[in-house]
Design a protein around this ligand. Sequence first.
Ligand code: PEP
Length: 244
Amino acid sequence: MRCVVANWKMNLATQEARAFCDDLVGRIAPGPGIEVGIAPPFTLLHLVSGLLRPKGIQVFGQNGHAEPKGAFTGEVSMPQLRDAGCSGVLLGHSERRQFFGETDAALAKKVKAAWQWDLLPLLCIGETLEQRDAGRTLEVLGQQLSILGETGPGPLWVAYEPVWAIGTGRRAEAAQVQEAHAFIRAELNRLLPTGTYQVPILYGGSVTPESFPELLGLPEVAGGLVGGASLDPRKFAELVKQAS
Ligand code: PEP
């Protein structure tokens, strides 16, 4: 199965999102073998899910709190994401880890909470440039994945997103992607019982229609998590077509 997910981050308002969705549904009609998702800001979830879910496009939250409700000002819970039309949630995006202090311990709780509320977690992992330069890439990926030893198995997608490739225009090279994805697959096989759900591993980091076909040809690359290029419906539709 192929997966292409748009991460809109903190971009777009109502009219722009509506125009995007209207344009996108005129360009793609996801069929069997491909899952397409959009992760809009919270304020746009109702609108986007209303427009896209009837067309077979999934909607993801960009984050979710582990508690179902309570005194957590500024947060949104997993049942609230479901209520707004989400079928999944991004967890552990590097911007959440870097700027909002998201820890692996918190992420283990969030993954479990997502499952409890029937949301598909898309767990994002990746090394910083400093960690890569220090030869610690696989160690860091192993550490970030180790939360699955605590959560146990469940429906899950993983995105390998080298932090230095996100929003920089500097995509990881094929050999780097291949090494990371092979390692992630081996770790998933080690951590999760065999015969359970086959986890798709997506690549993220400056994906464009120019660079995506090469990545899709690599073993263990099931698709992409796309930031910048996902804000243009023409480019995003092109990525979906390449993966189809
Ligand atoms: C992302 O935000 O997950 C991402 C991969 O962004 P970009 O495609 O802009 O690098």
